[in-house]
Design a protein around this ligand. Sequence first.
Ligand SMILES: Cc1cc2nc3c(=O)[nH]c(=O)nc-3n(C[C@H](O)[C@H](O)[C@H](O)COP(=O)(O)OP(=O)(O)OC[C@H]3O[C@@H](n4cnc5c(N)ncnc54)[C@H](O)[C@@H]3O)c2cc1C
Length: 436
Amino acid sequence: MPRGPQAAASTRAAVTPGPDTDVAVLGAGIVGLAVALEVQRRGRRVALIAPDDPRGRASFGNAGVVSLGSILPVAGPGLVGRLPRYLLGRDPAVRIRPGALPAAAPWAARFLRLCNEAAWRQAARALAPLVAASLAAHEALAADLGCAHRIRRHGYLRVWREEGGLGGAALEREILREHGVATEALSADAIAEIEPHLARRYACGLLATDSASIHTPGDLLDRMERAFLERGGTRLRAPVRALAATTDGVTLYVSAGECRAAHAVVAAGARSAPLALPAGDRIPLAAERGYHREVALAGNATLTRPVHDAAGGFVMAPMDGRIRVTSGVELARPDDPPDHAQIHGAFADAGQSLPFAPESAGEIWMGSRPSTPDSLPVIGVATKTPRVVYAFGHGHIGLSTGPVTGRLVADLLDGKRPDVPLDPFSPRRFREAATR
Ligand SMILES: Cc1cc2nc3c(=O)[nH]c(=O)nc-3n(C[C@H](O)[C@H](O)[C@H](O)COP(=O)(O)OP(=O)(O)OC[C@H]3O[C@@H](n4cnc5c(N)ncnc54)[C@H](O)[C@@H]3O)c2cc1C
């Protein structure tokens, strides 16, 4: 793959960004920004192209967890049994709008085929090295941006309301142990000791001790973009409508015209799949919606770490003095209007767990997780052209794994062998799965 000065020399005149762009990064979420900063740090001229929609990004509104235990895909062995509850709208963790089913069917068929222990273990093996590198990558990024204080290392707590909760997670704990992820089982008293303001409605919990959280992801994104611009990066605030690769570069079509770069990195989150088509890859990608609402706690109550209520299907995450309640998953058609029922339910339920100051409740936010059926991201070179590299599909763990993805993509562009095995994340795996 051409790089450095050769790549610059091979670019042609462009409308905007400038004609000498080495790498155009499509998308300004955590993944695109991490790629842009790292590629720029290695001496290339980088343009960041994405709409000016800061709150529209999944990276803005997530729960902020850098979860070292998130190596298990969503498609798990017990999921098929829960399907009727999801379809009937009886599970707060997952809502499926009936209108979404026809379009989601091919994605869902792949997803359901993976709901078994063997596939779960295989995906965990693929994700483990990526996820293990995620916190160190966040720390390096925060040190570079002067915001190390935004990372809190208090772990990530999952809690169950019934005694049997931990037992139900036995296989998950076994797999986490195999991959060296430290967890600690907690009794109701132990939960009360570390989170004294949490209501006594939880019978047991599991603390992922080495996990961390980011206060507040939107602030991190702002700092990343500012640093990128201060270091000479170019920013075009528009969506890329299409791209076309030739032997010496990539043409990007935006509403104002077209521009060229030696390479393009597709990091457009849940909207990445159409941009991969002209580069030879049909990627099954779903937009798994999620919502959040923030609120202050009453009096001097506090929450130290993000807490996932397994029964309620929501997370309560401390964010700079407020609590962000994030919902589970909603499957809807891309242009369906928001449906606040799930977050209203989660918010009311979370209000039974923590003493909210209800008058301080904020606006409801909605964003989309870019999700593949196997819960593995797509990180790799496009099938039809080495000029296009993919970095999307991080699903439920994109905040955690965005910064490490930046390093891996920069390695690919430099022609270096990445230190995390990328074969499982290849865009070609879907084609291979279809022909098996
Ligand atoms: C409720 C919720 C809670 C979550 N909690 C966590 C968590 O605690 N920990 C964790 O690790 N992950 C979490 N996630 C997942 C995480 O937020 C996502 O995986 C991650 O933000 C995806 O980042 P991204 O950069 O790929 O996409 P995004 O942040 O969505 O960014 C996509 C970018 O692409 C741009 N774009 C779109 N179309 C185009 C186009 N045509 N051309 C150019 N640019 C385009 C967008 O404008 C945007 O800038 C959560 C997600 C949700 C919804």
